[in-house]
Design a protein around this ligand. Sequence first.
Ligand SMILES: [Zn+2]
Length: 187
Amino acid sequence: MNKAFFIDRDGTINKYIPYINNIDDFELIEGVSEAIRLINQSKWLVIVVTNQPQVAKGLLLENDVNKMHDKMTSLLSKDNAKIDGIYYCPHSPPNKFKNGNKDYQINCSCRKPKSGLYMQAQKDFNIDFSSSIFIGDTTRDIAVTKDIGGKSILLKCGLGGKDNKFPITPDHYCKNLLDAAKTILKK
Ligand SMILES: [Zn+2]
């Protein structure tokens, strides 16, 4: 079985902007390319897992989300860094946005901290959760470890873990993704 770094997107890979929907605003956080390159050189996979309620809010189509992900992968590939898999939830809870796209405002099983996206990745890549790492800048990104196991790292960049939405004590606190990668890979 494989092990993975499950990495949040907004505030962890790219600079945090609430409900980011303009592709020109998508910028990598310093050190992210180096972090992913280090992971690429290890035995771990790089899996990005992200909630994109912008679709439910009516700010983006799924195609726009995919275009933003194309930008992310091309920025990283210029730095010789590679993401193995990208999984996103386009939903929001029911009746969250009055003028949004109602079809996406549902009780889905993929919106983090639910486990749907992680389960899909596990199936696609034959991943062992217990030896995997879950990283993000909010408790929402790491709360799933309570259900599926694995080690969690809460970052001080982005929202800095101050959302306090889900009761979870991370295994580590790190400054940013590069710090987290170095901590785990002992570089
Ligand atoms: Zn969903």
